[in-house]
Design a protein around this ligand. Structure first.
Ligand code: SF4
Ligand code: SF4
Length: 182
């Protein structure tokens, strides 16, 4: 009789422990039910870049004086500046300019030190390609103005600040998801 009572007592303790763990599991589930996901449904949703985002570099051919400062300040000497000397006027003439964005670290030294401000960093971050050679932009490719996702009516834009609020679990105060149509 005595051993049977001990078994019943142990069984009861185990049942209480199991119920406690199940309760803890439900508490975690309920806590997450109250949160919004911090992932976005790319490419149907896209994040609006922050104001000083360092994206694809825009190049203005007409402003470039082929001084090669951008090459010297680049930690990997990345920009390729091809020029010829016009002896009659003793000036360089730019022939071509290219940057390989498959290698660029977007540090922005070239933009910062360019004496004519012909380089600028854009909000463009979609630079994936199946062929890495396609990321080597010549003056035509890097002279293209950046595509603005806020003007694409087929996608929903999400502000970076809203996403960080989601991550912090503080999502209830406002709905800053903005439709491109706004
Ligand atoms: S620093 Fe500016 S002006 Fe000089 S070569 Fe580079 S892009 Fe051209
Ligand atoms: S952003 Fe940095 S790595 Fe890229 S070209 Fe300019 S200086 Fe070089």
């Amino acid at each position: 009789m005595f051993p049977t009572l001990i078994k019943f007592r142990d069984y009861g303790q185990q049942a209480i422990e199991a119920a406690k763990y199940i309760g803890q599991g439900f508490a975690v589930t309920l806590d997450h039910l109250n949160r919004l996901p911090i992932t976005i449904q790319y490419p149907y949703e896209k994040i609006v870049s922050s104001e000083r985002f360092r994206g694809r570099i825009h190049f203005e051919f007409d402003k470039c004086i082929a001084c090669e400062v951008c090459v010297r300040v680049c930690p990997i000497n990345l920009p390729v500046v091809d020029w010829k000397l016009i002896k009659s006027i003793r000036k360089k003439q730019l022939k071509s300019y290219s940057t390989d964005f498959g290698v660029c670290i977007f540090r922005g030294n070239c933009v910062e030190y360019c004496p004519t401000n012909c380089l600028s960093m854009t909000e463009e971050y979609e630079l994936s390609s199946y062929d890495r050679h396609e990321l080597n932009y010549d003056q035509m490719a890097s002279g293209r103005l950046p595509l603005s996702i806020s003007q694409d009516f087929s996608i929903q834009t999400i502000s970076a600040s809203y996403l960080s609020k989601r991550a912090m679990g503080r999502h209830s105060d406002n709905q800053t998801i903005t439709r491109s149509a706004n």
